[in-house]
Design a protein around this ligand. Structure first.
Ligand code: PFF
Length: 457
């Protein structure tokens, strides 16, 4: 793991850090990049199907509360650690606490995005494949969409798309913060909004759409329980990109005069709005074509293609839908890659280009067994799970809550000058600290215990 001397910067590393410190986000660029990180496959793919499984609108309300009371305080804490620490996820923890243990704990938040990116890139690749075959019509000439998906995902094609998505991500991150990540998000996030609105109008005007809207917006509280609360909480975490050093690393490139409180609200609102519109696309479409919305992870790849096939101009709408998913995934991938890249630049004192290329290759290699996990490597299992599911399980259920806990405990208890260094004071400081010290850690421990099967409902 990391050794002590790497927590203390050498003078050449300081120069490197200074050089990169001048590469900052503009005020709006930061908000868009952070929304780009938050809005991803979590919003467009996972949120609709878990909302479908856990009862529609009631789950949405629960998700909203989790976002507000647990997600946003942690989001603010992560950005504040990055901006005050002015470094990567390891050096910032160390700089603010002067305690090596926190630096070492911070390393976990560098490792998590590295692992997540390795399989997130695969799903992003599926979306690009589906966008392409929607356009060419290949998506619609099949007798069974489930079989078609399984046939694709269990072959070698996912490897090709993995190369494409990783190369695109690398290309953006190599260009740095203002010239790469900011520019990319400034074009794609508004673009994503336009595609969402076009698709929302299409789905709301389909025959029978009202049933889907009703399902999504009319709460049925009888469906709620402790389990759905924990799923909502876990998803609030994933959706806001928390516990993986991403918002912390982006925070290091925020200008000192930017208000982090306002940024937190804007990012939270953006994330919620995009998820809300995704729901207004998926549920009316599903209901209009008689698709069961609670069928889980296959909803997007196995069920919705049937709806596009039956729709007038289905090629175009199918393409727009899957390209929407791909864009959302790519803007999140960029933030995932930036975390280990920022760490590598500082840790090995290499320039951005070298660090980005090397980290991309390493992530790619780690992702190969995930790309092949449903096909050629299906028999290779760890604890009874194929490689893809195993990676997903340890990151989402173990590393992510741990990362969140580290951030809450650090900001709530270990970072002594948090008020002065963030400029947050008075009533809002007290609310923030209350949520960080008491509410968030308890909630995070509950998600953790539940996902490990230590508590059951
Ligand atoms: N927030 C992204 C989503 O909802 O898909 C996933 C994600 C991206 C998580 C980046 C963490 C991260 F650092």
């Amino acid at each position: 793991m990391i050794e002590e001397e790497h927590l203390v910067q050498t003078s050449s590393q300081k120069n490197n850090a200074k050089a990169s410190a001048t590469d900052q986000f503009s005020t709006s660029g930061f908000i868009l990049a952070a929304i780009g990180s938050a809005v991803g496959l979590g919003n467009m793919w996972k949120f609709p199907y878990i909302t479908g499984q856990y009862g529609g609108a009631a789950f949405f309300l629960l998700f909203f509360c989790c976002l507000l009371f647990v997600g946003l305080p942690i989001l603010l804490a992560e950005m504040a650690i990055g901006r005050s620490g002015r470094g990567n996820a390891v050096s910032s923890f160390y700089a603010l606490s002067q305690n090596k243990i926190w630096g070492k704990l911070g390393f976990l938040t560098v490792l998590t995005p590295f692992l997540i990116l390795s399989f997130y890139a695969i799903v992003a690749g599926w979306t690009l494949h589906y966008a392409t075959i929607s356009l060419t019509g290949g998506l619609f000439n099949v007798p069974d969409y489930t079989e078609a998906f399984v046939g694709f995902a269990s072959g070698y094609m996912p490897l090709f798309w993995q190369v494409v998505t990783m190369a695109l991500t690398c290309f953006v991150v190599v260009k740095g913060i203002s010239g790469g990540i900011e520019k990319f998000n400034k074009v794609l996030i508004p673009g994503l909004g336009i595609i969402l609105i076009v698709l929302m109008i299409r789905s709301l005007t389909l025959p029978g759409a009202a049933q889907g809207v009703d399902f999504f917006l009319n709460p049925d509280f009888s469906k709620l329980g402790a389990e759905s609360a924990l799923v909502a909480l876990g998803h609030a975490f994933f959706s806001l990109s928390l516990g993986m050093g991403a918002m912390l690393t982006y925070g290091a490139y925020v200008r000192p005069e930017q208000s982090l409180g306002k940024a937190t609200l804007a990012i939270g609102a953006g994330d919620l709005l995009y998820a809300f519109i995704a729901g207004l696309i998926i549920f009316p479409t599903a209901f209009s074509y008689g698709i069961e919305p609670s069928q889980g992870a296959g909803l997007v790849f196995m069920a919705l293609p049937a709806a596009f096939a039956a729709m007038p101009f289905g090629n175009l709408f199918g393409f727009l839908f899957f390209i929407l998913l791909a864009i959302a995934a790519l803007t999140s991938m960029v933030s995932l890659l930036e975390v280990p890249v920022a760490y590598a630049m500082n840790r090995w004192n290499v320039d951005r280009k070298k660090a980005t290329i090397l980290v991309t290759i390493a992530v790619f290699l780690l992702g190969v067994p995930s790309a092949l996990a449903m096909g050629p490597l299906a028999d290779f299992t760890i604890f009874g799970k194929n490689f893809f599911d195993f990676m997903d399980f340890i990151t989402a259920n173990i590393m992510l809550p741990l990362g969140g806990l580290i951030v809450t405990l650090f900001t709530g208890y270990a970072w002594k000058r948090v008020g002065e260094e963030t400029g947050i004071s008075g009533f809002w400081y007290n609310v923030w600290m209350f949520l960080l010290r008491y509410v968030a850690p308890i909630m995070v421990v509950l998600i953790f215990a539940h996902s490990l099967g230590l508590i059951q409902f």
